[in-house]
Design a protein around this ligand. Structure first.
Ligand code: PXP
Length: 253
């Protein structure tokens, strides 16, 4: 059973993605800043979980980061990865609390679009079975789309993570009508999920900032928000601990 520090007024948990600490390190090919140090600081500052994405091209997080972070973190590790055999072996060895399966394209700047679960149910069912057999819970990063939600239920996922990238992008472009349409789409996806399977946990993430997070954090039944880029960007100016505090304030105020 997944325990939750959510309270009765629906305060989603904050999972902090520290990939961008590794991005900065890899830009110089040196051994600083340390993603592990970032993890420990975020946890001290109140992060409820930690996300890292081990990409096939190892552009930021490296295998050694995954092992060290898994060994030393005190909250829960959410390992984002593509559903490949290489990643399955690593996950089964590391045994993070969560694996979040994401689509991956080599040329993309960041994860673009959700996983097409409906188009690969047979593969994903088998893949998720193997992760479950290793004692790992599985989340699927999907667009807020009814067909994908139903497919996630059919694959026996433990959670979905709703892709908030479009919601964030149109807001950044100043198109608040379009952002509201996206918000309604995400709210509808939460209702659909609850109706299909009320045990499936619902996370959300991608592109969330202190300016746009509140409307998402206020949606009933969202379990956790996974936030990276904007929080690490805040940390440049205010430090990592303060950036975590500020994001939590923006979520709950
Ligand atoms: N959730 C998933 C599945 C992601 O791939 C990412 C980006 O790595 C995030 C959340 C965090 O997105 P951002 O860095 O834009 O906050």
């Amino acid at each position: 059973m997944v325990t939750s520090s959510q309270n009765s007024v629906n305060r989603p948990l904050l999972g902090v993605n520290v990939d961008h600490v590794a991005t900065l390190r890899q830009a110089r090919g040196v051994n600083y800043p340390s993603p592990l140090e970032a993890v420990l600081l975020c946890e001290q500052a109140g992060a409820d979980g930690i996300t890292i994405h081990l990409r096939e091209d190892r552009r930021h997080i490296q295998d050694s980061d995954v092992y060290e972070i898994a060994r030393q973190l005190t909250t829960r590790l959410n390992l984002e990865m593509a559903a490949t055999s290489e990643m399955l072996s690593i996950a089964c060895e590391v045994k993070p609390f969560w694996v979040c399966l994401v689509p991956e394209k080599r040329a993309e700047l960041t994860t673009e679009g959700g996983l097409d679960v409906a188009g690969q149910i047979t593969h994903l069912k088998k893949y998720i079975n193997e992760l479950h057999a290793a004692g790992i819970k599985v989340s699927l990063f999907i667009d807020p789309d009814e067909v994908q939600i139903a497919a996630a239920v059919a694959c026996h996922a433990d959670a979905i993570e709703l892709h908030t990238g479009t919601y964030a992008e149109v807001g950044l472009a100043g198109d608040f009508d379009a952002q509201n349409v996206e918000l309604q789409r995400i709210k509808q996806a939460v209702i659909v999920t609850k109706n299909l399977d009320d045990k499936l946990l619902i996370n959300a993430g991608h592109g969330l900032t202190r300016d746009n997070v509140k409307a998402i954090a206020q949606i009933d039944d969202i379990y956790e928000l996974n936030i990276g880029h904007a929080l690490i960007a805040d940390a440049i100016f205010v430090g990592l601990s303060q950036a975590v505090t500020m994001m939590k304030t923006a979520m709950y105020e």
